[in-house]
Design a protein around this ligand. Structure first.
Ligand code: ZN
Length: 312
């Protein structure tokens, strides 16, 4: 168990307009902005984190919003659908809400015995709400319009599109400890039994699917969760033993990370639970003001001036 992955930690995607992105995730979907910071490698760009009340690993979707970003395109070697867990019986509420708010969405369907409502965010990022087969005990963040009985609980599954599943499946099973569950058509489900939730990766195999273009409305990387830095470094050894390249440990202020590109082309990250988001602000304050890493604290004024205005 120690050296295994504990499901998903976060997923990071690229958006266009920051205000539109913020409004969609906090108002339409009712998630909490748990952290407003900047891209550590490009401090003139925001980095938004949306999740549950405290930003529990497995609930966190993060964005780099770039105004006037060019439109990306889904393809092979990418995460192409994010599946959120919602309470049983809530999909009708969400369908009505999406109709009222002009959110692009599709028919409620069934996949792997679970009802799901696929939809897109304003940048065209593909997501779905899923009434999970298992009982998801997580408590979703509540807002005035999205109450606990319908609130999004966190991730359930992520879908990776690939030309060939084999090499990616090998990483999931042999390095990460996932097990193959079942297939439906060209979609195969993998699951870890180390955690109850955010435990699923679905591999969609399409041999002639062209490579994706990673820009607006597409996912940048998928981060898997480990307990602590010791486990992180043990995972690093396992990835190296597979003959893959992997970064050194990187301090992301709210977690420690490693990045590597899995053989199918998807950028994977492994991230720790520690220290979490309530380090530079209290749980009550999470997301309410711009947080900067130490190296940018001296130039806060310039950074604030360069960032687009955001009405909360
Ligand atoms: Zn990340």
């Amino acid at each position: 168990m120690e050296n295994k992955i504990l499901g998903l930690h976060h997923i990071t995607a690229i958006a266009g307009d920051a205000q539109r992105n913020y409004d969609f995730y906090t108002k339409t979907l009712g998630l909490r902005m748990v952290k407003k910071t900047v891209n550590f490698d490009d401090p003139q760009t925001y980095h938004f984190y949306f999740g549950d009340e405290v930003g529990t690993p497995g609930s966190i979707l993060t964005f780099f919003p770039w105004t006037n970003v060019r439109q990306g395109k889904d393809g092979s070697g990418m995460a192409t659908e994010i599946g959120y867990s919602v309470p049983k019986g809530s999909l009708e509420f969400w369908k009505d809400r999406f109709e009222e708010k002009n959110v692009r969405h599709y028919q409620i369907t069934e996949q792997f015995g679970e009802r799901k409502l696929p939809f897109q965010d304003p940048d065209g990022l593909k997501l779905s709400l899923i009434e999970t087969e298992h009982k998801d005990e997580r408590k979703g963040f509540e807002t005035a319009e999205v109450k606990a009985n319908v609130a999004i609980k966190g991730f359930h599954a992520v879908t990776l599109s690939l030309n060939n599943n084999a090499a990616t499946a090998e990483i999931l099973t042999e390095v990460f400890g996932y097990k193959k569950v079942k297939s439906e058509g060209n979609l195969t489900r993998y699951k870890t039994d180390t955690v109850e939730n955010a435990a699923i990766v679905d591999l969609l195999e399409i041999p002639d699917l062209p490579r994706g273009l990673n820009a607006g409305g597409t996912n940048h990387h998928v981060a898997f969760r480990v307990k602590d830095e010791e486990t992180l470094m043990a995972m690093r050894e396992k990835v190296l033993k597979k003959g893959l390249q992997i970064t050194e440990k990187i301090n992301r202020d709210y977690f420690f990370s490693l990045y590597f590109r899995e053989p199918g082309g998807v950028l994977f990250e492994i991230a720790t639970d520690n220290p979490g988001f309530a380090t530079d602000e209290t749980v009550e304050e999470l997301g309410s003001s711009l947080q900067l890493p130490d190296r940018y604290k001296g130039v806060r004024e310039q950074i604030e001036k360069a960032l687009p205005e955001l009405k909360q």
